[in-house]
Design a protein around this ligand. Structure first.
Ligand code: BES
Ligand code: MN
Ligand code: ZN
Length: 493
């Protein structure tokens, strides 16, 4: 599919389907509306009245233009809501509504006329292109007939009207979207397809394509580094763990050095504290959503080539049960020497992250961000759409929140309440891995903090937003690719 910005006005654009965005309470005053209504001798006005189209956000109506007219064959009107609430996220979603409607109409060529946001043509064109790419991405890899049930992709070309010449902004949005789509595909694929080995293979592919440096630490090398926490989680799996360290280095001296760590549990059974039926065990292929975002960001950043050195780190494994599984009550020693009493084997993500954080800090980076599907408690706190952010550093938290705002990925800062660490105190080891139920996402963050000494660090709990059960905006059912765009914005900022 091709996306291009062109300078044609909507009433002169010819093709299968033209989608026009209209603000609430200003439908009939819109220049595009007036011009097209004139060409169509009042037909547009008629459909607006008949369908009571008000321009409310998400509302749509459409008509087929008479074949005697040299204008788009079908015209779709998209409600944008109130103009004072117009955002880049509104643009992404309106673009998604436009192309989704056109796709249902089996259009091959689509024109999109949407108002600029903040009068910024570059950002607007980028947001539109993201909305198009991400809403049209469908994951049919596991269907025996990928094109059945209306999932055939009809759209071949989308012309973005009214943003001027924005080829670079569109190309950048497509590169970032390719990273998001990689993340979605990694999360969507089941645990018998995406394994620690296959994650390492994906990293190797990225390394080759984008000239990144790749280091895969095998179990023995992790042992030599004393990664007892990570290896404890991995010990019941028949699959070998892989500690993935992918590096992007710009030419010359980088302005900053950063590390991104993603939780990479390709399946989380809970271990001997096995997840009971009803706890969502069948969705635990998604427990590598942080790793997926990390590799998706690596793909985008390796393509965009900013002047920033970035380390992408995933301690990949499964959390399984077998005769050599960790027992509840076992004590593990992490690579910084700290000892952990495992009072719940299902709190495994933080154990893998502990050794990854210690590893990242040794690289001498300026800041570390980890992303993890870490706790159900974070979903209880913030719901399915919002990720939690924890950081001792206000400036890092602010930078991430602003990157996420720009991306339209919702995040909310949560407290690192030191007093709650009491809940993790162990009579026999330095700490337990699980605290009491109340504030469960906070004690998880406090646990991670034990493994960072002096580097600026932020933790993102993405357990809710990496997955969605319903199609909405530019997301389809399944993996959302959450985190990639925030990470890219943060690295580029
Ligand atoms: N991977 C889960 C968290 C999770 C839950 C992610 C739901 C996505 C959706 C994590 O490893 C886990 O099991 N956490 C436990 C922690 C508890 C044992 C302290 C949880 O949230 O119940
Ligand atoms: Mn778990
Ligand atoms: Zn988990």
């Amino acid at each position: 599919m091709k996306i291009q910005a062109i300078d044609t006005t909507p009433q002169l654009w010819a093709g299968d389907c033209l989608a026009i965005g209209l603000f609430e309470e200003q439908v009939e005053q819109s220049q595009h509306f007036i011009a097209i209504d004139q060409t169509l001798d009042g037909l547009l006005q008629e459909i607006v009245s008949e369908s009571e189209f008000k321009g409310k956000s998400g509302e749509t109506t459409w008509l087929r233009s008479p074949s005697s007219k040299t204008i788009a064959r079908k015209i779709v009107l998209i409600g944008l809501g109130k103009p004072d609430a117009w955002t880049l996220e509104g643009l992404r979603q309106a673009a998604a509504t436009g192309v989704r409607t056109a796709q249902k109409q089996k259009a091959k060529t689509v024109g999109l006329a949407l108002p600029l946001c903040h009068n910024n043509a570059q950002l607007s064109a980028g947001a539109i292109a993201e909305g198009i790419e991400l809403s049209l991405h469908q994951d049919n890899r596991f269907k025996s007939e990928p094109e059945a049930n209306g999932s055939k992709q009809y759209i071949e070309q989308v012309d973005v009207l009214g943003v001027g010449m924005q080829a670079d902004a569109i190309a950048k949005a497509q590169q970032v979207s390719a990273g998001v789509i990689l993340a979605r595909e990694l999360v969507n694929a089941p645990a018998n397809v995406v394994t620690p080995m296959s994650l390492a293979d994906t990293a190797a592919q990225l390394a080759q394509e984008l000239e990144l440096t790749l280091e895969i630490l095998e179990k023995e090398q992790c042992e030599a580094l004393g990664m007892g926490a990570f290896l404890g989680v991995a010990q019941a799996s028949d699959m070998p763990p892989k500690f993935i360290h992918l590096t992007y280095k710009p030419q010359g001296t980088p302005a900053r050095k950063l590390a991104i760590i993603g939780k990479g549990l390709t399946f989380d059974s809970g271990g001997l504290n096995i997840k009971p039926t009803g706890s969502g065990i069948e969705t635990m292929k998604m427990d590598m959503g942080g790793a997926a975002a990390t590799l998706g960001a690596a793909k985008a950043i390796g393509t965009l080539k900013p002047n920033v050195e970035v380390h992408f780190i995933v301690a990949a494994t499964e959390n399984m049960i077998s005769g050599h599984a960790i027992h509840p009550g076992d004590i593990l020693t992490a690579s910084n020497g700290k000892t952990i009493e495992i009072n719940n084997t299902d709190a495994e993500g933080r154990l893998t992250l502990a050794d990854a954080l210690v590893f990242a800090e040794k690289l001498g980076v300026d800041a570390i961000v980890d992303l993890a599907t870490l706790t159900g408690a974070c979903i209880v706190a913030l719901g399915n759409d919002i990720a939690g952010v924890w950081s001792p550093q206000d400036d890092l938290a602010t930078a991430l929140l602003s990157a996420s705002e720009q991306a339209g990925e919702k995040m909310w800062r949560m407290p690192l309440e030191d007093k709650y660490f009491e809940g993790l105190k162990s009579p026999i080891a330095d700490m337990k891995n699980t605290g009491p139920r109340p504030g469960g996402s906070i004690t998880a963050a406090l646990f991670l903090k034990q493994f960072v000494q002096k580097t600026a660090w932020a933790h993102l709990d993405v357990a809710g937003p990496v997955w969605t059960e319903k199609e909405s905006g530019y997301h389809n059912v399944g993996a959302t690719g959450f985190g990639v765009r925030t990470l890219v914005n943060w690295v580029l900022s």
